[in-house]
Design a protein around this ligand. Structure first.
Ligand SMILES: CC(C)(COP(=O)(O)OP(=O)(O)OC[C@H]1O[C@@H](n2cnc3c(N)ncnc32)[C@H](O)[C@@H]1OP(=O)(O)O)[C@@H](O)C(=O)NCCC(=O)NCCS
Length: 178
């Protein structure tokens, strides 16, 4: 079994798009990519606000996972839609590299990207029985917002990215304690 190591993660590049589609297939639990409710997470990739990170196997540089976010329009929202200024996140790791830290490395890198771009929050949807993903998200400050009682019972989750929101009790710039 592969060891838990500090997985290298780099920003996504245009040539990563086919790999992002592969990862979308995994994140969507093998639902058809032709389904518009799935493909909207990557269709026309490269819009303003789109951002991705890719994890690499240190032995040979094979791509082992990806995470990305994009803003969704109110007229065609994703499953994890909160509002038009909160990008929705998607993430997946190749099946033979799960459970050894790749997802955590990807999520932390993407949250760093979002913070560096002054985003206030990210959101997502996750199947309630996807315990690995729910734990990963909760460990990274995502909180459950609402229940999607659809064909696929899911949580909508949101992580605030401002220092004050992410760290309750932090000292604000005016010196006040939250
Ligand atoms: C969900 C997913 C991205 C997590 O990535 P990963 O590389 O497997 O996760 P990591 O090894 O980095 O683990 C990070 C944390 O996730 C949770 N986790 C991972 N695997 C888990 C498992 N089998 N059971 C419970 N929790 C698990 C744990 O909290 C873990 O932290 P810990 O090891 O300190 O307890 C990955 O499993 C995946 O691609 N799954 C299929 C696609 C998918 O479900 N995407 C999300 C759609 S919302």
């Amino acid at each position: 079994m592969a060891a838990r190591i500090p997985w290298p993660v780099r920003p996504g590049e245009p040539e990563d798009l086919p790999f992002l589609w592969e990862m979308l297939y995994e994140a969507a639990h093998h639902r058809p990519l032709s389904d518009l409710s799935i493909s909207r997470y990557l269709d026309g990739w490269g819009r303003p606000g789109d951002a991705a990170v890719v994890a690499l196997d240190p032995d040979g540089g094979r791509k082992v996972g990806a995470a990305w976010y994009r803003l969704m329009p109110a007229g065609n929202p994703g499953y994890g839609f909160v509002d038009v200024s909160t990008p929705e996140l998607a993430i997946a790791v190749v099946p033979d590299r799960r459970g050894i830290g790749v997802g955590r490395a990807l999520l932390r890198a993407l949250l760093g990207t979002a913070r560096s771009r002054d985003l206030k929050a990210l959101s997502l949807s996750v199947l309630r029985d996807n315990l690995a993903a729910v734990r990963l998200y909760e460990e990274n400050d995502f909180v459950r917002l609402s229940d999607l009682d659809s064909e696929f019972p899911s949580w909508v989750m949101r992580a605030g990215l401002s220092t004050v929101e992410a760290w309750p009790g932090a000292v604000q710039t005016n010196g006040a304690q939250t």
